[in-house]
Design a protein around this ligand. Sequence first.
Ligand code: OSB
Ligand code: MG
Length: 374
Amino acid sequence: MRIDAIILREVHLTLVHPFETSFGVTSDRRILLAEVRSEGLTGWGECTAGERPFFSGESTDTAWQIIVQELGPMLASETPEHGGDCPRIFRQVRGNSMAKATLENAIWDLEAQREGISLSRLLGGVHDSIACGVSLGIQDSIPKLLAIIERELAAGYQRIKLKCKPGWDLEVFERVRNRWPAITLSCDANSAYRLRDADHLVTFDAFDLQMIEQPLWHDDFYYHSMLQKRLETPICLDESIHNRRDALAAIEMESCKIINIKLGRVGGFSEAIAVHNAAQERGIPVWCGGMLESGVGRSHNVALSTLENFTLPGDVSASARYWAEDIVEPEVIVSSAGEIAIPDTPGRGYEVRTELVESLTVRKEKIRAFELVG
Ligand code: OSB
Ligand code: MG
């Protein structure tokens, strides 16, 4: 495919509710969007890096820099035919997986449009609706959290995930379980604990959690495998898994029994599919994580979640939980059964509201290499 232009934008969006994890609070998102133009079509990508390099080493600004300086020019000198060609084209750049995913995912979107099929179909998706859960940030008080859970359960969400950290864990689980003994409940520590907390973590087993996500170091497999031996509750790895080899290592070492797949963290659709397949072949279920995306990234997550081994409810939830007004039309909607219906139109199936995006744009840059070629 001939790429005619790549345009980067930084758009500012304010979350409806601030989101607190063990590593900090996010209220205002600075989202990097990539618009890739090819032969009259436009593919969109969203960078899932945070504003600060606290979830991973990348940030909105580092991704911008890497795309402008390295990845954009690479696509100008070597034209991809498929989204799946991007990892090879980008291979000289180490790391920077969220920057890479921004462009690769836009090219998969273009490819689906060119083929006249949905992105889900292009990826090999089999589900025509996906199961949705919610991820609930750390709150000021337990009553406030209980009120939020009540609302999300009433909306139909199939699984409640609680962000946790030392001091916001056992008492919270106990109060939630007392009120809702049978709901599917999980927790996500974002690396807030250490191996010396193992005795404490073992007591989580009393609350019948579907999983505990990334309790230990962000870059660890070994100590998670030590911990998993002591826990009944399955460990799910998020931060630790960057590619298929990581997934294989984690599965072989029994560091986890479940894997969270995030497109940005693994570098885009190609590697996400590879992680998915590796897990499926070994009987390890996966689900799709979220990074407080706008409708663009959310629509990629929706499509990814249609692959066969996405058998657990993901953190892919409705636009309205995050944004007063999302930048896609239609917005991502969750049914009262806690499902998202998969669009059947070519590409992502959620149009970008370009005028709204333009009005939210605070920075814009065209990749120069395409100007020179064009
Ligand atoms: O660990 O899953 C995580 C948000 C930002 C960074 C990391 C994580 C999260 C979430 C929110 O849990 C998921 C979402 O609702 O988008
Ligand atoms: Mg997580």
